[in-house]
Design a protein around this ligand. Structure first.
Ligand code: SF4
Length: 316
């Protein structure tokens, strides 16, 4: 345990203690610059500025109607682990799934952080609007607690499709809404996909901490750099699409890399950089793994795109 007379660790010292080298962190900042279209020569400056703010910025992470998949996605990511950046170096004061405190201690932590202000508010999961009884947090209707927390937040970030647009819960009866729909006068940054893509969250946070401003957003409040083009624009199956070669039979090994449009692919309507920046440290993404795009970064997901894996010609 740290004593009061011990010097404060720098952000880099804390990174090193967590097994993330300075080189790894610089690599992450360079990757962020590339993804956000920033001059790569600025990576060291971004690293310095972000590092200076990393250990200071409090974060409140609220979970509404969801499956906790976005937190899980974050915890499972690799090289260097965004979980070290976000969950250790930022001062995460409240996270219902991960915090050690519970009960009154957890409530106190949330209330203290809100009272002090100047924090980043992250929302995971959707917000029920049909009836406040569908989701409670620390004894209060979720929507009330979320609006209260948003009032004093420096920035509000919605992670995952549920938090951005209602996602899968929107297909149900709870009136599930995204963060921007329930907040007036507060700009929400949306990072849709199911689950959130961790490197986008890390990139957004590094940009915010180093610039004290948000990156350029598109008309749906998404960082333009991550959502500028459709999956179809950069899909490696595209040349088969152009030749009219569509996968019809999963059991035919000769056509496995053909276009998945007849299997319900929503890549033509879905803005995402998945085909360029793969998931799980570059291990894979849906299309390369053989799954048609489900359109999870679009507001239409899930209900508006269902049924998902069906030839559009067969959808009535
Ligand atoms: Fe476009 Fe989907 Fe076909 Fe790829 S698989 S070319 S994204 S329709």
């Amino acid at each position: 345990m740290k004593r009061d007379d011990q010097p404060m660790e720098s952000g880099y010292q804390r990174l090193a203690r967590r097994g993330v080298s300075r080189r790894d962190f610089l690599k992450l900042c360079t990757f962020t610059c590339a993804a956000l279209g920033i001059d790569l020569s600025l990576a060291p400056q971004i690293a310095e500025a972000a590092e200076a703010n990393l250990s200071k910025k409090p974060v409140i992470w609220m979970q509404g109607q969801g499956c906790t998949g976005c937190s899980e996605s974050l915890l499972s990511s690799v090289d260097p682990g965004p979980e070290e950046i976000i969950l250790d170096l930022l001062s995460v004061r409240y996270h219902p799934t991960l915090m050690a405190a519970s009960g009154e201690q957890a409530v106190q932590s949330l209330e203290d952080c809100i009272a002090q202000g100047h924090y980043i508010l992250v929302l995971e999961g959707s917000i029920p609007t049909a009836d406040s009884r569908y989701c409670f947090v620390e004894g209060k209707p979720f929507i009330e607690q979320f609006k209260l927390a948003a009032e004093k937040a420096e920035a509000v970030i919605a992670v995952g499709s549920c938090a951005c647009y209602g996602g899968i819960p929107r297909a149900g009866f709870t009136g599930a809404a995204g963060a921007q729909e329930v907040l007036e006068g507060v700009k929400v940054v949306n990072l849709p996909s199911c689950p959130v893509k961790p490197d986008r969250l890390v990139g957004l946070l590094l940009y915010y901490l180093s610039h004290n401003a948000l990156p350029k957003l598109d008309g749906l409040n998404r960082p333009e750099a991550y959502y500028r083009y459709t999956l179809h624009d950069s899909c490696y199956r595209r040349w088969h699409y152009e030749k009219g070669e569509y996968l019809e039979d999963w059991n035919n090994p000769d056509t496995l890399d053909w276009c998945l449009y007849h299997k319900g692919c929503k890549g033509q309507d879905t803005y995402t950089n998945c085909a360029n920046a793969w998931w799980n440290g570059g291990a894979n993404f849906c299309g390369y793994a053989g799954s048609p795009c489900a359109g999870c970064s679009q507001p239409e997901y899930y209900d508006g795109f269902a049924p998902l894996f069906v030839n559009p010609k067969e959808v009535k």
